[in-house]
Design a protein around this ligand. Sequence first.
Ligand SMILES: Nc1ncnc2c1ncn2[C@@H]1O[C@H](COP(=O)(O)OP(=O)(O)OP(=O)(O)O)[C@@H](O)[C@H]1O
Ligand SMILES: [Mg+2]
Length: 287
Amino acid sequence: MNAIEVEGLAKDFRPAWHGPRVRALDGVTLQVREGEIMGLLGPNGSGKSTLLKIILGLLAPTAGVCRVFGVPSDLVAARLGVGYLPEAPDFCPQLTGFELVCYHARLGGAARRGLQERAGAVIAQAGLRNAMHRRVGTYSQGMRQRLGLALVLILEPRLVILDEPASGMDPGGVEEVGKLIKRLKAQGRTVLFSSHLLGQVEELCDRVVLLHRGRIVRQGSVDALTQRKRQVALLVDPLPDPGIEELDSWLRAHGSSLRGVETPRIGLDRVFRETVGDRNGGGNTPS
Ligand SMILES: Nc1ncnc2c1ncn2[C@@H]1O[C@H](COP(=O)(O)OP(=O)(O)OP(=O)(O)O)[C@@H](O)[C@H]1O
Ligand SMILES: [Mg+2]
């Protein structure tokens, strides 16, 4: 079954009252299958957030249709069981993170029994355990983003829509968001998320859609889009002397050629995480 079906979607905005229309989406058709992770890519202004808002029924399309688990997006029923993290979440600054998660859960119809334990657990999953009793107004941008994820998780949605979930997060946070998305998939949930972090999208997604100027310019499985079918990379440890020349002449003798030689690096990201380690708190603990 498809979790999301979008057909011939178009969206025009009129930024100024008498000004020209801006076509933010133009003939977008796509399906997201139940249980898969779909990544939405595209440059700034390509229409990602607009598409997500239309799927959620927060914006009306100019043309086309959109269904969530078979229910048209403009009906409130389509939003039942859908969790959404907006691109710049903003919350009531006076409440603590814990209070906000409990309040949100109650608004979403969650049972009171066991709520405090569940709220604590999702806040810890989102990496905010040490800051959950601080007022949200004191949170950093990345911490607000983590809180937004906790609000999504507490209602255990069947479909999770995240608009740049790792934006503003440190590398540890980016990795935690990745783990969280994988966990959601393992639980049988469907995840659609937009991102500019291409490495993470490549690692996590079953399929991706690439938007450009409101149109889908590429879509398919990550493997199909990224594989260079005829090329193979070998990792040699250590390279014998005079290795490369002999390898190259052997390859030439067999009708092939050596396309490049690189020394692999572990990546600054790994250096950062290995040095700074686990964080679940946001902020120093005063001594
Ligand atoms: N409320 C609005 N009023 C007028 N124009 C809008 C509105 N929302 C979006 N647009 C326009 O629609 C286009 C697509 O915007 P959108 O926010 O969907 O892009 P995006 O792909 O999410 O970009 P980003 O990567 O920066 O988040 C842009 O040209 C934007 O200016
Ligand atoms: Mg956006």
